[in-house]
Write a protein that binds this ligand. Sequence first.
Ligand SMILES: Cc1ncc(COP(=O)(O)O)c(C=O)c1O
Length: 465
Amino acid sequence: MTVNVTTPTNTPATPTTTPTPPTGAPATPAKRSRDALAVFGGAPAVPRRLRSLEWPVITDADRQAVLATLDGPLVSNVNGESPVSRLEQTWAARCGVDWCVGTSNGTTALTTALAALDIGPGDEVIVPALSFIASGLAPLHQMAVPVFADIDPVTFTLDPESVRSLIGPRTAAILPVHLHGHPAPMDDLLALARRHRLAVVEDAAQAHGALYRGRPVGSLGDAGAFSLQVTKNLPTCGEGGLLVTDDAELARKARLVRQFGEVIEAGKDRDYVSYRLGWNSKLSSVQAAFTLSQLDRFDGYEAAREEQVTRFLGRLAGLPGLTVPTVAEGSTHAWHILRFRLDPAAAGLDGITPGAFRAALHRLLRAEGVPMSRYQLMPLSDQKVFAERLGFGNGQPWAAAGDDGPARAVAAPVTRQVIDDSLTLQKRHLNPGAGPALDAYADGFEKVWNNLPDVLRLARGYSNE
Ligand SMILES: Cc1ncc(COP(=O)(O)O)c(C=O)c1O
């Protein structure tokens, strides 16, 4: 389908802040009807009452659980039964592993895992170019060098072929990220790791409960790291993290790393001796108690999300030029973030770039009350801290690794394309009662797609994007 547009008659109601202001107008005169785009004065598709959806959902049970911790020991290094140890046991069982170590956040779960695996100066860790900054910072915190690999265009997780091309003599580990809740291709990555004797630390910060060939993510590599940060699928009332592993020795080292290198054992007095380099990355009882209480409802929330997101994506799947997220065979998706790819040519819109199409849709959908946003504005490799080798200063840790040339170039073309041509839906759909809002979001998408001539007109104003 090709859409032709003539005679602009009006300007959008909301001024734009993006480089080239749109000069277009609705193909039909704007009227405050349900058909006219909200940006041109029509009634928004998403009514006000569906605009705010709380996450996390906090119940009286959560409040009681947190309050009860005030009657117990307040220090977070209790060496026996505590909310932290109960959460650790519960999450380990749920992941099907023997050990879980609570940490102060998801980033410290990653760094603790890397430290316990003795990854440090001189080592390289392969990380996907599309992820949250913490996935790339974690190796750096250990003075190891992150090397960024490209991603798969459909699952947005590590491309094993790109990983393979980057393995060199200094490679010590692969850090697959189960981005947005979709499992990374662990069979291929684990095979590469075995062949080259590399450690595998899974970043499962966004993927609680997702399964890969029937096994929970986080339990497939040497260690897995989860975030309990308040926006995550399994949240705490603030910051927290969980490290899981089936390796008793790795778990023992992780507990040392978590607390100043000290050995803390139930029934034994603390000796205040540092047996290895450690940090203070403990999880507090308040945080653990809140998450334990949330875990009672986690399965129900997951089931509601699966049903609602599936229905939502089903409604959008037929819109031309919109690629909805899918699930690879053998995996389940935690649906933490929904990423939609956008193709103007497939929508029948000629002469505009994917970036311009994305910018126009971003504005139009938000005006309709559909809270679309971008997730990551650049590949991790372009972040100043890596690209300019800011690190610890003086070019460290790259210099310590004997790597004093320009940063190892990673073109990451797929990552760049995905960042340019996609929008995401975050957080709102996590609430188990999000069904009516998702239905209204789908109305908003359909309405915008019913007005493709206006999309084209607006997109032309974003031609520099
Ligand atoms: C993929 C990924 N890795 C790591 C983290 C870090 O977790 P935290 O914020 O708990 O430190 C996050 C958090 O957003 C994340 O999304």
